[in-house]
Write a protein that binds this ligand. Sequence first.
Ligand code: SAH
Length: 239
Amino acid sequence: MPMPCYMTPCAIMLTLMCAHEVSAAGGASSYAEERAEMVIRQIADRGVRDERVLDAMRRVPRHEFVPDNEKRYAYRDTPLPIGEGQTISQPYIVALMTELAQPDKSHRVLEIGTGSGYQAAILAEIVQHVYTIEIEADLAQRATEVLRKLGYENVTVRTGDGYAGWAEHAPFDIIIVTAAPDHIPQPLIDQLKPGGRMVAPVGPTFATQELRVLEKDATGKVSSKGVAPVRFVPLRRQQ
Ligand code: SAH
């Protein structure tokens, strides 16, 4: 025999409201859960060990840095389009580059290729200040807005061609290049502090490049080594 239904309209309303609250809270916590899972499976399991990097990757809400129609893919193991034909890098690559740079809380960092602002936010969680340059004005503006909304007061974004670096704020402890030049720009080498490190993908446009780590020792001598094959959008030059 079917059970009689005693639900009053009021009880039905209450049930619907509760259901809504549960799904709203569920949505918010599922981003955090996806992020925790991303850090374990995509980053720690692949060998990134620096706790400060892992913590930063756990804290920064990557979904805030991607367009609305990409948010549900924000924690996937892949780069994503961010408009203007550009991409936010795969989470693992962001973590790897950050770890290779060996960031510390006293550091002042230059990033070339702000894009979404996500890599800048990861760095800003760890270091004193991040200066970041983006050649596309629309992207620079969007990144500025999201970084401000999330409260990152230690990031300065500027529109321009990052090939020449940012002489007013040089020298930098770390320089991270997130678009691929075919050679490491000399102005960036000049703006690196003795004892500093640069992490940059170097190689031909639209082919596999090599992620390189360049070190400048205390005497100013420069050495560099290749670390991994990567694929980045090209570093473009302003005419
Ligand atoms: N770091 C970004 C991803 C960068 S994608 C993030 O976390 O989302 C590379 C970015 O470099 C693109 O936004 C591209 O417009 C920018 N770019 C290309 N050439 C540049 C140049 N010469 N100077 C500054 N930015 C440049």
